[in-house]
Design a protein around this ligand. Structure first.
Ligand code: ADP
Length: 509
């Protein structure tokens, strides 16, 4: 079952030069976007931006400090309480979101290239997934701006004689929202946060991850170009433990929306308690891919390989734990390992590349450390397991077999292209195996046995269960976690709950 990789897969080509538009953007001075203006950080500190394919610095951005957070919160508060945004009709917010989505489309090539050299993913993926997804997300959320409703209802309390009541609810924007996003889908995660906030009339302070700040800054330019009033969206680049922590603790922020790791989500939740902010958390995962004995093996192999290797495994809902029935286990693992070994690694701007580097040296070392710990605990490396020779932060797509449920590689989120494969014998055991994790973000079941699938779905403790597919995320489909994968549901009607307060009005008439 040992799939030996063709040597050429791991000879890493050079990163092509960026386009003129991107080269120009990279030279722009480090600035924060506050109150509709590009301003220097009070800290005057810089954060280096590195191309993961080369390990070289390509730009630097401002490192916002507490004074900058104060300024951004004041600008967002002002825009929320007075001025054109506070009075704007929902239809006008909808029009602005459409305008923004058109600008994202118009600048798709540049945004995709920026995302690629900042994050490491291929420009192709950045185009079809990240940037197209961002455009579509703004369009989808634009529709909700004019569909926010409350209800009227009858009351049963007795008032003074002759008095009746007219009672209803209305939804109002939650206020100033701090939005802290991760580095795996930088632009798309910004859209998931900004879209519903802008549809509902909130104002925002967006903090991109320090590893991948570039597309958020370009998006801020497009937000200004679209005509959003000053202060409605502010973008602060900075470190998590300083800029991010200051935003979470700030008394002028009404809500924190966070996507990132579970340990940081816990810190944020604790810190936000002091001011009782609204908090929504989309956190880590360790999603099972469950293959029942009747499954169509060819589609399982392609689907399960994609579930783990898409975006180099840096996906919160990645299918990281494979559970295949003993009847099909060997064939499935062999097929995924062959697929893994044929993936062409390379820099994101090279059109032949199928998988780019991981986002940072730190992430590469972390993932390699997990693979090593798996080896030490007795796992068998069936594919990959190392880094090719390159200054870039690559990790070969890896499959580990002979794993046990108590191993670190099975218990902890790796956030890299590493699959752990376990066999199971009895269908009755599978839900317990799949649920044996602190996480509960997603799962997939592969089978055409309708009865078995229908019986299994309610037993899986996860926010999304896919059947014969994995990683499909639609703006209309609520997304979020059970257990330590967080709380709150993004997308669809459900996201309105995260960005609005429900007010009851009781009128004596
Ligand atoms: P990862 O561990 O994968 O880098 P993180 O959860 O650390 O993911 O990062 C996700 C986002 O959270 C980033 O924007 C990061 O800057 C931010 N962040 C990290 N630590 C904190 C913190 N203590 N408070 C607020 N934000 C933070």
């Amino acid at each position: 079952m040992n799939a030996s990789p063709a040597l050429t897969q791991y000879q890493i080509p050079l990163q092509p030069d960026p386009s003129a538009a991107v080269a120009k953007f990279l030279k722009r001075p480090p600035r924060l976007f506050i109150g509709g203006e590009w301003v220097e950080s009070k800290s005057r500190e810089r954060i280096s931006v590195v191309d993961p394919a080369t390990g070289r610095e390509i730009a630097s951005v401002a490192d916002a400090n507490e004074a900058d957070v104060d300024r951004a919160v004041a600008a967002a508060r002002k825009a929320f309480e007075s001025g054109p945004w506070a009075d704007m009709l929902p239809a006008d917010r909808q029009a602005l979101l459409w305008k923004l989505s058109d600008l994202v489309e118009k600048n798709m090539d540049e945004l995709a290239e920026l995302e690629s050299i900042d994050n490491g993913k291929t420009k192709f993926m950045a185009t079809v997934v990240d940037v197209a997804g961002t455009r579509d997300y703004f369009r989808y959320m634009a529709g909700w701006a004019t569909r926010i409703e409350g209800s009227t209802f009858a009351t049963s309390i007795h008032g003074p004689p002759g008095v009746k009541f007219h009672t209803y609810t209305q939804r109002e924007p939650v206020g100033v929202v701090a939005q802290i996003v991760p580095w795996n889908f930088p632009l798309a995660m910004a859209a998931w946060k900004l879209g519903p906030a802008l549809a509902t009339g909130c104002t925002c302070i967006l903090k991109p991850a320090e590893q991948t700040p570039l597309t958020a800054l370009r998006l801020a330019e497009l937000i200004a170009e679209a005509g959003f009033p000053p202060g409605v969206v502010n973008v602060l680049t900075g470190l998590g433990e300083t800029t991010g922590a200051a935003l979470v603790a700030h008394p002028g922020v009404d809500k924190v929306a966070f996507t990132g790791s579970t340990p940081v989500g816990k810190l944020i939740n604790k810190s936000a308690t002091d001011t009782l902010k609204r908090v929504s958390l989309e956190l880590g995962g360790k999603s099972p891919v469950i293959v029942l004995p009747d499954a169509d093996i060819d589609s399982v192999i392609g689907g399960a390989a994609n579930a783990i290797f898409f975006n180099a495994g840096q996906v919160c809902c990645a299918g990281t734990r494979l559970f295949a029935h003993k009847k099909v286990f060997d064939r499935v693992v062999e097929g995924i390992s062959t697929a893994a070994s044929s993936i062409q690694l390379g820099p994101g701007l090279d059109p032949k590349t199928q998988m780019g580097p991981l986002v940072s040296r730190e992430q590469q070392e972390r993932v390699l450390g997990y693979i090593e710990s798996g080896r030490k605990e007795g796992a068998t490396v069936v594919a990959g397991g190392e880094t090719p020779s390159s200054p870039g932060f690559y990790v070969k797509p890896t499959v580990l077999a002979n794993v046990r449920s108590d191993m670190k590689v099975v218990r902890e989120e790796i956030f890299g292209p590493v699959l752990v494969a376990q066999r199971f014998e009895d269908l009755d055991d599978i839900a317990a195996l799949a649920n044996d994790t602190p996480y509960g973000l997603a799962a997939s079941i592969w089978s055409n046995d309708l009865r078995a699938v229908q019986r299994l779905v309610p037993r899986i403790r996860a926010g999304t269960v896919w059947v014969n597919c994995h990683n499909f995320v639609d703006p209309n489909m609520p997304f979020g976690g059970f257990k330590q994968s967080g709380f709150g549901r993004e997308h669809g009607r459900a996201v309105l709950d995260l960005y609005t307060e429900l007010k009851s009005v009781c009128m004596a008439i």
